[in-house]
Design a protein around this ligand. Structure first.
Ligand SMILES: [Zn+2]
Length: 225
């Protein structure tokens, strides 16, 4: 049993919405929520015009089947929401400008909040962790985002929780936990590209490789390089 911080006690046995990209973090999170917190998970995925859409979707479907085989009633079917993030206007007019990705996580969470309100779900979880660099993945951000949701949709009282931030986990702790729980994360998809295998060189691929170093675990991910 892992450490239970106060805010994490709130999600035990609850029905929760989880952002799922098919990446290592959010895939580890879905399994962790079910295994450690006995949550019923309703996963949502944003088809946001990403280049690696098919790879992310394939990873999600693969792990949905895998997890459902073990926990039949704990994982609901995927809610896929189509919305361009960032919108095409920014991609065309400001190509190469890093700021077109500002508040991307906030945009994704807005869809989650809308969905949670419609489906009467009181919790949303995200895979944000201590290794994330964008500031809209930080604890300070979530504090304000929760204030925003409770101001805008006060009648729903939805709480966004980032379990890995609460546990002070980065990817290295996730792969350690997954290894201890015999949950192979190598078919999750982190790479920005959509090659047959993950490139092994883009920033998310590099961070993924680094995750296995600290505890000297074997990275079974197939990379091009
Ligand atoms: Zn890559």
């Amino acid at each position: 049993m892992i450490d239970m911080k106060k805010i994490l006690k709130k999600i035990i046995n609850k029905k929760i919405l989880a952002t799922w990209t098919g990446g290592l973090d959010s895939t580890a999170l879905v399994y962790l929520l079910i295994k450690e917190y006995n949550c019923t998970v309703i996963p949502y995925f944003i088809n946001r015009g990403q280049r690696n859409y098919m790879k992310e979707k394939e990873a999600i479907l693969y792990y949905s089947d895998k997890i459902k085989r073990e926990y039949k009633d704990k994982l609901e079917n995927l809610r896929e929401i189509i919305v361009d993030i960032p919108p095409k206007f920014f991609k065309e007019k400001f190509r190469g400008n890093i700021h077109i990705f500002d508040l991307r996580n906030s945009d994704i969470l807005n869809q989650g909040l809308r969905l949670a309100a419609c489906e009467e779900i009181a919790f949303i979880t995200t895979g944000s962790n201590v290794g994330d660099t964008f500031k809209d993945n930080s604890k300070a951000f979530y504090k304000i985002k929760n204030k925003e949701s409770r101001t805008a949709i006060p009648e729903k009282n939805i709480l966004i929780v980032a379990p890995f931030l609460e546990l002070n986990w980065g990817k290295d702790e996730m792969v350690k936990w997954a290894s201890e729980n015999d949950f192979d994360l190598s078919d999750s998809w982190s790479c920005w590209h959509d090659n047959e295998k993950q490139c092994g060189e883009c920033p998310p691929c590099m961070r993924r490789k680094e995750a296995y170093v600290k505890y000297d675990l074997e990275d079974k991910t197939q990379y091009l390089k």
